[in-house]
Design a protein around this ligand. Structure first.
Ligand code: COA
Length: 177
């Protein structure tokens, strides 16, 4: 699927988007603590320049919708700095506001990451909590396959969560099933 043909304006965020990005990121961490490795307590204590730095050091894509130009979803992508690991990028920080779910916006964000990734890495990896069926479906549709399982990967409020390790080969155009 070609992201440019989806009805969501997706753009690479700049430092000047840090305010909006911070609000969306904290909303995600607050409403779905088990979905992210990071925690609300750590990130809400960070000053705005920390988010500017994150956006500028990583690649962060954001999406609006035709009706609402405000950010409705975000996703991050990073490439490790070390030479021996630079062939594989990491998709992280996927979050779509509840009122924009089930619209294909999340799919469009993943496709955009894969299109970008194909220019710079050979493979994209991610981790997802096993019980997060919406996210697992989303990534599977985009071509990700499970290559591992980390038991008790996260501990949130005294409860453990297992994570799937998923990967997709890129370097060709992303196909969404
Ligand atoms: C995970 C998350 C991003 C998935 O969002 P989503 O809205 O389910 O994903 P999509 O936008 O791709 O929508 C897909 C659904 O909409 C439907 N859909 C409707 N119109 C569509 C379109 N034009 N294109 C694609 N799918 C469309 C699909 O059929 C699909 O339904 P299904 O899941 O029942 O098969 C979202 O639930 C979320 O932000 N969760 C909280 C944070 C989180 O868990 N992040 C992931 C951490 S690993």
């Amino acid at each position: 699927m070609d992201a440019s043909r989806l009805p969501f304006p997706i753009r690479r965020l700049a430092g000047s988007d840090a305010d909006q990005y911070r609000a969306l990121r904290l909303e995600g961490l607050r409403s779905h603590p088990e979905a992210f490795g990071a925690s609300l307590e750590d990130e809400e204590a960070r000053p705005l320049p920390w988010f500017v730095d994150r956006i500028e050091r990583n690649v962060v894509f954001g999406a609006g919708s035709p009706a609402a130009p405000a950010l409705m979803g975000v996703v991050g992508f990073l490439v490790p700095e070390t030479a021996k690991m630079r062939h594989k990028g990491v998709l992280w920080g996927m979050f779509v506001r509840p009122d924009a779910r089930g619209t294909g916006l999340a799919t469009a964000l993943v496709v955009r990451v894969l299109e970008h990734a194909a220019q710079v890495v050979e493979e994209v990896r991610l981790t997802v909590v096993t019980s997060n069926t919406a996210a697992v479906r989303l990534y599977t549709r985009a071509g990700f396959e499970q290559y591992g399982l980390e038991r008790r990967a996260l501990k949130v409020g005294g409860r453990y969560y297992d994570e799937l390790l998923m990967a997709v080969t890129v370097g060709r155009s992303a196909q969404v099933r």
